[in-house]
Every structure is written in structure tokens, then in C-alpha cells.
Write a protein that binds this ligand. Structure first.
Ligand code: SF4
Length: 144
């Protein structure tokens, strides 16, 4: 991985309690990797105006849908656009993404049935970042 100075990170990986259940996904490998770099934490779902905690959501038939059936796609897309703007304005050279999230998942997401079944796919923010040409990684891609 080339030497970078500015890295955006799913905020929950840095220990911010912005997950749907009010917890974090604090990841020591991510924390070690980002030491000494300019770090841009982003949580697209919070940027989209969603509360913490919130009802979990998955992508079903192309729309982000909460477990109670509410269509939350607009908020997810608004938040992903806001997060992408921040990355572009701050010149992020890499974004490190929380796996399997309907916003941040980069390789896999859940299949929309809320039964923990994984399928290949991307979350809304991860997809926008990829289309914008921002290199992405998941924690397991980082050096130990
Ligand atoms: S939207 Fe992304 S940053 Fe926010 S809690 Fe979910 S995985 Fe973490």
C-alpha cells in the first residue's frame, strides 16, 4: 500500500459509538494504521440524520430498508453523499470501511432478510466512494 497522508475511516472503527445499537466497531489494527496520519472520521448514517441507536437496516431490492419495513433509503443516500463530499473536500487518499454495513460494506453486505446471510455487494457509501475513484480498504487489508 503506497504511503498516504490523509485517510477517511468509518467512524465506528475508530471507536465512535455511532453503530445502530449504540456501540462501536473499534479496531486496533485500524487505530495502529492511522497513527500519525490525518484522519477523517465519517459516519454516513449519522450524517444522513439517523439517530443512535436506530433500527438495523439492510439493502432489499436495491433500497435500504429498516428491519421494521420502513424505507430509509433516502436518509442513507443523503448521508453517503454528505460523507463523500467530506472525503473529496479533505482530499482523502484512502477510505477504510466497516465490513458488511448497508452504508460502508465494501465487499459483502447482508441479503436483506435480517438472517445474517452475506452476499457480495456494497453499501451505499462504499459504492459512491468507489464510483468517485477513492481507493478503499477493509480492516483485514491493513498490515498487522
Ligand atoms: S454507517 Fe458506517 S461508520 Fe456509521 S456506524 Fe455504520 S458502518 Fe459505522
Amino acid at each position: 500500500m503506497k504511503k498516504i497522508k490523509t485517510v477517511a475511516v468509518s467512524a465506528c472503527l475508530l471507536g465512535q459509538c455511532c453503530k445502530y445499537n449504540g456501540g462501536s466497531n473499534r479496531n486496533d489494527r485500524v487505530l495502529r494504521f492511522t497513527e500519525g496520519l490525518q484522519v477523517i472520521p465519517v459516519c454516513p448514517e449519522v450524517l444522513g440524520g439517523l439517530p443512535v441507536p436506530r433500527i438495523p437496516a439492510e439493502i432489499r431490492d436495491g433500497r435500504v430498508t429498516a428491519q421494521d419495513g420502513t424505507d430509509v433509503d433516502d436518509a442513507f443516500r443523503r448521508g453517503a453523499e454528505a460523507a463523500l463530499r467530506i472525503l473529496q473536500e479533505r482530499g482523502a487518499e484512502l477510505v477504510i470501511l466497516q465490513p458488511r454495513s448497508p452504508s460502508c460494506g465494501y465487499r459483502e453486505i447482508y441479503d436483506g432478510t435480517f438472517q445474517h446471510r452475506r452476499i457480495p455487494g456494497r453499501g451505499v457509501f462504499a459504492q459512491m466512494a468507489a464510483e468517485a475513484g477513492i481507493p478503499a480498504a477493509e480492516p483485514e487489508d491493513l498490515p498487522d
